[in-house]
Design a protein around this ligand. Structure first.
Ligand code: NAP
Length: 343
């Protein structure tokens, strides 16, 4: 930290990097001291976009060796996150890691050990948690307004043009792990329980992706609730992240609510939280996320959105793929050992 400011670096200067850079620039306690990427042209493009002069690195180890860097955002392709997170933690940097944190369950224990062993703070880019509507949905469930929750269904449908690396399963992991993890995490966050059992299915649609871009799952939460999850990277629809939560005393259908508390309610009532329905990183609440992370670092406390918390959502996404590969066989999730087992 220099002159009361945290030195921030963003590694991987692609699309999501803009959300991170913008958020750091807007925070009064942050200074963007370094940008890094595979190619210098991508770094220069970001410097130009934001009108900033920073150190520029095409080598991650060199970026981490920069003593001015306190916080690193990892914004590279999915298959690089695990190794880069471990490197950053071992270098003593706080880590804001994009989802998915890993595309193989085997990588999770070493990541957690590195972050917790180094005593650095971590936060995962599950941006939907910072949407006011999601915060309100979670609060209603936590405060018992829905009574016992027995079902939570989520959808993540986002058919957009994606960069080439996202075509390949070895680089990105699959439909849920790449994209639908946002909604899986949202379900878990709102219900307030882990996902413990999964049955998945998948379908090839179109010829852009080398893996099925459509996946579905039936899940069971640790509190006994059931869920149906769907994810589509293709298709013709605006960005759609549905969440439907059913409880014995109320129901949530996205921004529509039906609560027993309000006797005589004839139909769902709607709450407009003013959020734009958008999958564009420029519309995402990254400034709120960064603000929260800075508070955690300053106050030396763990974020509830940290690496360890993200493990269950990732295991659930990986389990969907594994189950689909095993023709829908049930997969059991063990968070403690970060393992998946065929039932
Ligand atoms: N939380 C969210 O809402 C959100 C939204 C979007 C994306 N994401 C996540 O953020 C990460 C980056 O996604 P993105 O959409 O920003 O992707 P992107 O536009 O492709 O950017 C990734 C950057 O990583 C660099 N890179 C390094 N090694 C690479 C390799 N082997 N192949 C390709 N690129 C490589 C590239 O740098 P060069 O240009 O220098 O080659 C590229 O600019 C992903 O993990 C994604 O899941 C999260």
């Amino acid at each position: 930290m220099r002159q009361g400011k945290y030195g921030c670096a963003v590694w991987g200067c692609g699309w999501v990097a803009s959300g991170h850079i913008n958020a750091y620039l807007r925070h009064p306690a942050c200074e963007v001291v370094a940008l890094g990427s595979r190619s210098s042209s991508s770094i220069e493009a970001k410097q130009k976009e934001f009108g900033i002069a920073t150190a520029a690195y095409t080598d991650f180890a060199a970026l981490l060796a920069d003593e001015r860097v306190d916080i690193v955002s990892i914004c590279t392709p999915n298959n690089q996150h695990a190794q880069e997170c471990i490197m950053a933690a071992k270098a003593g940097k706080h880590v804001f890691i994009e989802k998915p944190i890993a595309i193989r369950e085997e990588d999770l224990p070493a990541m957690i050990a590195a972050v917790e062993g180094a005593g650095v703070k971590s936060m995962v880019g599950f941006i939907l948690r910072f949407k006011p509507l999601v915060a309100m949905q979670r609060r209603l469930v936590q405060e018992g307004e829905l009574g016992r929750v027995f079902m939570a269904n989520v959808d993540y449908w986002f058919g957009r043009e994606r960069p080439g690396w996202m075509k390949h399963r070895d680089d990105c992991g699959g439909a849920f792990i790449l994209a639908g993890c946002h909604s899986v995490d949202m379900a878990r966050y709102i219900v307030g329980a882990d996902i413990c059992e999964v049955r998945g299915d998948a379908a090839m649609v179109g010829d852009y992706y080398e893996y099925p871009p459509v996946e579905t799952a039936q899940v069971r939460f640790s509190n006994g609730a059931l869920g149906v999850f769907t994810c589509s990277l293709v298709g013709c629809n605006p960005y759609t992240a549905n969440i439907h939560v059913l409880g014995e005393k109320g129901t949530i259908m996205n921004d529509r609510f039906y609560l027993r508390r309000f006797a005589g309610q004839a139909d769902y009532f709607t709450i407009d939280t003013g959020s734009k329905n958008s999958g564009n990183v420029y519309d995402h609440p990254f400034p709120a996320m960064v603000g929260h992370f800075i508070d955690c670092i300053r106050e030396d406390r763990e974020s509830p959105h940290n690496l360890r918390d993200a493990v269950n959502a990732h295991l659930a996404c990986l389990a969907i793929r594994k189950s689909a590969d095993a023709k829908g066989q049930k997969i059991l999730i063990d968070n403690d050992t970060c393992t998946l087992a065929l039932a």
